[in-house]
Design a protein around this ligand. Structure first.
Ligand code: FAD
Length: 435
């Protein structure tokens, strides 16, 4: 029996088989066959979700063959890709056309279908998460039928953040923009200053994010502004960060901190001094908005109304201080424009998305649980791709369109082919449909 694990090794599965369909026809045949046999089916992207959203003990489907740029419509400002395309390949293909995605998350190894499926986001109040850019989705539903959601179809908003529950996505059309360069300015401010100015900082320019490394004083602000200036960064810098700095230096410090508890304070300070000194750089947007792949670590993240971000950060810091936790990875504050995706954590509200990350296992669960419990009364919605739990009742309370999503999932997947334990807990029993 094959074995599968996600990038962070937080989730493991033993699927009955692994399938790699070559085209739409093979995807449809695969679903029909699984329906006949009563097997469950699940597409896996890059396996970059920390949550068990992509787990299956049935047929694990890899849609890497359905990838690449299919067409560009310059008049409409859209580009269409195979759903299995990696984000880095999306950016490269768009760049060759003089185009770009207007927003990106921190890394670009994920697939397009996987990234929109969990509402992967960057940090911008001008742009929403990646799923908000979607103009059309083609998928194969639980009966093996191809469905298209696009144009004015109100159900497109249900499909954006699909959670793998609606079908196997085969093609995605997205809004794109002319290619642009960004200038990154990195500087530090005090915790008090950051807390008093958080929403204003977020609104000050198109892309802003904040990092705080626990047990250190400063908060690092990253601001990105459009510029006509030529790039000052090259491919070599990214290679060095990924293959040398992150793999050996940062990784080594994390190892040390996981063996010797008091070393965490010291290594955090060293990392802060090495990585977070003030700096500026210019480069293509896709390069500037993404980072070198970090060392393996764990993440949880909550989305809340923008103005609640300060309170959530204060409470998170209190969890660390009161419980004497040693946290060896950054706390990140990002900002996402409100959108209309039924299951988007930014649904209906501009959001602060606060991420708590850690490598050490000692105290990790206390940290993540304390963060979630502390933010529970702030209307916090967990990131679907990070460590989280949410049952049907909690989801119904947090997502105004939850019942519509559940109905859509049951209609598109009447046999529950695309279900897994994560979706069973989230969506509850299948609903019967007359049609
Ligand atoms: C190092 C790292 C950095 C990250 N940075 C960010 C960040 O900056 N911002 C952010 O928001 N998130 C971030 N994430 C989380 C990540 O973007 C999401 O978890 C994303 O969903 C992963 O995409 P994937 O292709 O790996 O999908 P997977 O994790 O493999 O799958 C996610 C979901 O999509 C479904 N799926 C995948 N392909 C298909 C398909 N073709 N049809 C139907 N369903 C499909 C799966 O079944 C599953 O339900 C990061 C993750 C890592 C590991």
């Amino acid at each position: 029996m094959p074995h599968w694990t996600n990038w962070s090794r937080t989730v493991r599965a033993r699927p009955e088989e692994i399938a790699c369909p070559a085209d739409l026809g093979e995807v449809m045949a695969l679903v029909e066959q699984a329906a006949e046999r009563g097997q469950r089916v699940k597409a896996v992207g890059a396996g970059h979700s920390w949550s068990p959203v992509a787990v299956t003990d049935g047929v694990l489907v890899r849609l890497g063959a359905l990838s690449g740029l299919r067409r560009v419509d310059r008049e409409a400002g859209t580009a269409t890709f195979g759903a299995g395309t990696r984000l880095r390949d999306v950016s490269a293909a768009l760049d060759a056309e003089g185009l770009a995605l207007p927003t990106l998350g921190s890394v670009d190894h994920q697939t397009l279908a996987g990234a929109i499926g969990t509402a992967t986001h960057g940090s911008s109040l001008t742009w929403g998460n990646l799923s908000s850019l979607v103009r059309e989705v083609r998928l194969v539903d639980g009966t093996g039928t191809e469905r298209v959601f696009g144009g004015d179809d109100p159900e497109l908003d249900g499909v954006r953040v699909h959670l793998g529950a609606l079908g196997l996505l085969t093609e995605i059309t997205l809004d794109v923009v002319p290619a642009f360069n960004l200038r990154e300015d990195r500087f530090t401010i005090s915790w008090g200053d950051a807390m008093s100015r958080l929403p204003d900082l977020a609104r000050e320019c198109e892309y802003v994010k904040l990092w705080w490394l626990p047990h250190t004083r400063p908060v690092v602000v990253f601001r990105y502004t459009r510029t006509e200036a030529p790039a000052t960064v090259g491919a070599a810098g990214r290679w060095i960060d990924e293959h040398l700095a992150n793999r050996f230096f940062f990784e080594g410090l994390l190892q040390l901190g996981s063996w010797v508890r008091p070393a965490v304070r010291w290594s955090n300070r060293l990392v802060g001094q090495t990585y977070f000194s003030p700096a500026s750089a210019v480069g293509p947007s896709a390069r500037m908005l993404t980072l070198a792949m970090p060392p393996r670590h764990r993440e949880t993240e909550l989305a809340m109304p923008l103005d609640q971000g300060i309170e959530a950060l204060h409470r998170l810091r209190r969890v660390i201080d009161k419980r004497g936790l040693r946290v060896d990875f950054i706390v990140e504050a990002r900002f996402v424009r409100g959108d209309s995706g039924w299951m988007s954590p930014a649904y209906g509200r501009d959001s602060a998305q606060i991420g708590a990350y850690m490598r050490r296992s000692e105290g990790l669960q206390e940290y993540f649980d304390g963060f979630a419990a502390g933010a529970a009364d702030l209307g916090a919605r967990p990131h679907w791709g990070k460590e989280m739990t949410l049952d049907a009742a909690q989801a119904a309370a947090l997502y105004p369109r939850y019942a519509d999503f559940r109905e859509l999932a049951s209609r598109l997947d009447p046999q529950g082919l695309f279900r897994n334990p994560f979706l069973d807990a989230l969506l509850g029993p299948l609903q019967a449909h007359a049609d």
